[in-house]
Design a protein around this ligand. Structure first.
Ligand code: NAI
Ligand code: MG
Length: 479
């Protein structure tokens, strides 16, 4: 689908049109924020200011929720087959304008263009197509069981996969008959703002999709709004816990997709070159800003030395740099705050006694960068082995037996994903059965499909996005 390529970054920047300043998208149009407060969104690879976005306050959120309540009156009377048509139209427009979206995503967030172009955007369109298909088949999905939409749902999304997280949330919410108030992350609002333009273009009824930009305070207003009937959140475990506490005792639906510290388990009988590829993809994809990243390498002790040598050699071939260059493998760290967090944890890992390997490469002068890194000689209690770093940093632990691999893999507060590398099918099944993780990949990593549910256990959150289960996140049992 996406055969286009970039000759130079300047060319690709030309295809996007970024306004100097954006308001919120409420009641079918862009409106001036009542807060009159703005914040810059920059390109993390150059620190250049791209645009100014509003920080929505209580009044802005109120306005959006009132609009979503009005929108609900129309949307609930819109035939499911009509709802599907809007979603199909959105899916097609996203495909048509995917070059623009991909460049915008890479500019605003720092991810390599080959990822936004070949991973994020195709999936965004697929998610809209997939849920468009469900809109008029909900009776088939649930048979005699009666479900109804929540009503007005608040959706708060993170900065690592901005448009993809929007699609995971907006498409099923609208397909099931809810209306939406969405708040994108403050460092990556631009693709959501372009999506709002598409909603206008397809003539989505006013108030069905509303967008209020802003920071944590804006998100908090949304969470605590009395007319919100459901909150869907993807982000840090800390904010997830705050949201859950805020909603305690209220009849508000909640799904949380939080952090992870996934084990990528390499048995000594694995195809080692393939496993190296999978481990590299598992942690360096999107600079490691991935909730399901394979951030803990669990390698069987007898192959550790050989495997680490291969891994370091492969890591050295990674191209770090300009996100808009089609040859870039590892782009910029999303923000100064995130870079500080990564540096702090890595320094703690060194102080604890971990051996750090970093690739040799030159980093651009401006922007936020971190070299692909690998820790060995790590003890299970080091912070780098237990806390989510959310950066291009892999932590190695070793195991002797499959039982020990499972024990180490499960020894974490998180339970989002895991990877298994072995040539033996029975070992895959044995291991997968015992891992506490919502998604488990075998001899591959980071594979997604709109029909397949995604979500966590333990402190990685609850609820599922994607697939038929993703519909249930936006429906409640009808009285
Ligand atoms: P965050 O959880 O603060 O941000 C995610 C979203 O929540 C943003 O839209 C933000 O504006 C919003 N938010 C922040 N405070 C809020 C509040 N009190 N009420 C409602 N909404 C609020 O994540 P942050 O601080 O940007 O990143 C910190 C760490 O979180 C990362 O280092 C990483 O470990 C983890 N993280 C995990 C993600 C995931 O995909 N599971 C995504 C982003 C961050
Ligand atoms: Mg930005």
């Amino acid at each position: 689908m996406n055969s286009w390529q970039y000759s130079e970054s300047i060319e690709s920047e030309k295809i996007v049109n970024i306004e100097k300043k954006y308001g919120n998208f409420i009641d079918g149009k862009f409106v001036t924020p009542k807060s009159k407060q703005y914040i810059d969104t920059i390109s993390p690879s150059t620190e250049k200011i791209l645009s100014s976005i509003s920080i929505g306050n209580q009044q802005d959120v109120d306005y959006a929720v009132v609009s979503a309540k009005e929108g609900l009156k129309k949307w609930s009377k819109t035939a499911p087959s009509e709802r599907a048509k809007y979603l199909f139209k959105l899916a097609r427009l996203i495909q048509e304008r995917s070059r623009e979206f991909a460049v915008l995503e890479s500019l605003d967030g720092g991810k390599p263009i080959k990822e936004s172009r070949d991973f994020d955007l195709p999936q965004v369109a697929q998610n809209f197509f997939y849920y468009a298909g469900w809109a008029d088949k909900l009776d088939i999905a649930w048979g005699n069981e009666k479900y109804k939409p929540y009503g007005v749902v608040g959706q708060i999304i993170p900065w690592n996969f901005p448009l993809l997280m929007l699609s995971w949330k907006v498409a099923p919410a609208l397909a099931t008959g809810n209306t939406v108030v969405l708040k994108p992350a403050e460092t990556t609002p631009l693709t959501a703002l372009l999506f709002a333009e598409l909603c206008e273009e397809v003539g989505l009824p006013d108030g069905v999709f509303n967008l209020v930009t802003g920071d944590g305070s804006t998100g908090s207003h949304l969470v605590n709004h009395k007319d919100i009937k459901k909150i869907a959140f993807t982000g840090s475990t800390g904010v997830g816990k705050y949201i859950q506490k805020s909603l305690a005792g209220r009849d508000v639906g909640l799904t949380l997709e939080l952090g992870g510290k996934a084990a990528n388990i390499v048995y000594s009988d694995a195809a080692l070159d393939e496993a190296v590829e999978g481990v590299v993809n598992g942690i360096f994809f999107n600079q490691g800003h991935v909730c399901c990243a394979g951030s803990r390498l669990l390698v069987q002790e007898d192959i550790e030395e050989k495997f680490i040598k291969k891994l370091e050699k492969r890591m050295q071939t990674l191209n770090v740099g300009n996100p808009l260059d089609k040859n870039t493998d590892v782009g910029a760290i999303n923000s100064k705050d995130q870079l500080d967090k990564i540096e702090k944890l890595v320094n703690e890992g060194i102080a604890d006694g971990g051996d750090l390997y970093q690739i040799e490469c030159e980093l651009p002068k401006n922007g936020f960068w971190f070299k692909p890194s690998l820790f060995t000689s790590v003890q299970a209690n080091y912070k780098i082995a237990t806390e989510e770093i959310f950066g291009p940093v892999l932590t190695t632990l070793t195991f002797r037996t499959p039982e020990e691999a499972v024990e180490i893999a499960n020894n974490t507060e998180y339970g989002l994903s895991a990877g298994i590398w072995t040539e033996k099918g029975s070992k895959i099944l044995w291991t997968a059965d015992r891992l506490e993780a919502g998604v488990i990949w075998a001899n591959t990593f980071n594979k997604f499909d709109p029909a397949s549910p995604f979500g966590g256990y333990k402190e990685s959150g609850f609820g599922r996005e994607g697939g038929r289960h993703g519909l249930l996140s936006y429906l409640k049992v009808s009285s």
